[in-house]
Write a protein of this length. Structure first.
Length: 358
């Protein structure tokens, strides 16, 4: 390759264009121990290769089917960026992926992340990835690789975006949902940690409307700031639900209550002849949801379609198994609430009682 013959201009470098390779190398050095801390059977979590390796045979499945999921954190990231609190959104990223795996009965095995920014802030990125590692530890899921992309001109100063990719495995005979659901089956709800990672475009609009600073006391929880309350990380249900499944608890279906709320997510596991009926009096919406509903004069139907309203995961079980399933999950630290039952399919796939429209 010939040298640049234009002697009137200094030689161009990648750094001149806004990409700092050395910062990227520094980040890799910082996060390598974090990844190592997520090591599990099948993965040693060493970083630096062109691809992450996982030994499925080491997990000793009999007839495994791989299950994959990818997701992001959405505009919840804007609160992290504007408040400078970066160490929890990584947990959200992992949760949104692994909670989607567990509803099909799959054990999460490994995770990869994608972190993109206009200019790499090593400290902020390290905080984010520390959260990803914590989420992986909670899910017993190995962080085996990822990508850090520095793209000048693509993002405003300080902004970044996240995506995550998780792969799990389930024995073919144990894939959920099962096809023996029937009228009278009970719907159990597992309590959420708060907003999780959905509805934040509306949340941010309401915070702005109320003229609240991120460091002001939260109207829903005076012990936390607005940002701390809203950034409460998504609950990861993997270990508790896996414990129930490994105990052969008769769970016929699992539903991750995410975007679209109850009305959009419950029908995804139901046969065409059945509907889900939810009793809204079965639990009390946590304070953060009550505050949002009041601040925005949000109708109940819109709340249920936008937010989890306090229930992050739903299970469908036979009535005679109810006490056993509840006991297993409660022993694993879950707050378990019977919230409804299955009925013959009516006009709507999901119906509600104790419904207040305003």
């Amino acid at each position: 390759m010939s040298e640049n013959s234009n002697h009137n201009k200094p030689p161009a470098t990648y750094a001149d264009a806004g990409v700092d390779i050395e910062a990227g190398n520094t980040l890799v050095e910082r996060i390598a121990p974090m990844a190592k801390s997520t090591a599990r059977l099948g993965a040693d979590s060493d970083l630096g290769g062109f691809g992450g390796l996982f030994d499925l045979a080491a997990c000793k499945f009999d007839d495994p089917v791989l299950v994959a999921a990818n997701d992001g954190v959405g505009t919840k990231l804007k609160i992290a960026i504007e408040s400078g609190i970066h160490d929890t959104v990584g947990i959200d990223l992992v949760a949104m992926c692994v909670n989607d795996l567990i509803v099909q009965g799959a054990e999460p095995l490994f995770f990869l992340d994608y972190f993109a920014s206009g200019k790499l802030d090593v400290d902020a990125a390290s905080d984010v990835i520390s959260g990803i590692a914590e989420g992986c530890r909670q899910a017993n899921c190995a962080l085996i690789g990822g990508e850090t992309a520095e793209m000048p001109g693509m993002y405003a100063a300080g902004d970044y975006d996240l995506a995550g990719f998780a792969v799990g495995a389930v024995e073919r005979r144990k894939i959920l949902p099962h096809d023996d659901m029937a009228e009278g089956d009970i719907i159990l709800g597992l309590a959420s940690n708060g907003l999780h990672s959905n509805g934040f475009s509306l949340v941010r609009k309401l915070v702005e409307q109320e003229s609240l600073a991120w460091d002001a006391a939260s109207p829903a929880n005076g012990d936390k700031s607005v940002a701390e309350d809203l950034l409460t990380p998504t609950r990861i249900y993997v270990k508790s639900v896996l414990q129930a499944l490994r105990a052969n608890a008769p769970i016929n279906g699992l539903v991750h209550i995410t975007g679209g709320g109850f009305q959009e997510n419950l029908p995804r596991v139901l046969p065409d002849n059945l509907s889900a009926h939810i009793d809204l009096a079965a639990w009390k919406m946590p304070p953060v949801f009550q505050w949002l509903q009041f601040a925005g004069s949000i109708e109940t139907a819109e709340m249920l379609r936008t937010f989890n309203c306090g229930i992050g995961m739903a299970l469908i079980v036979k009535p005679d198994a109810l006490a056993d399933v509840m006991a297993i999950l409660a022993a694993e630290g879950e707050t378990v609430i019977p919230i409804g039952h299955l009925t013959a399919r009516g006009a709507d796939a999901v119906s509600f009682s104790s419904f207040d429209s305003a």
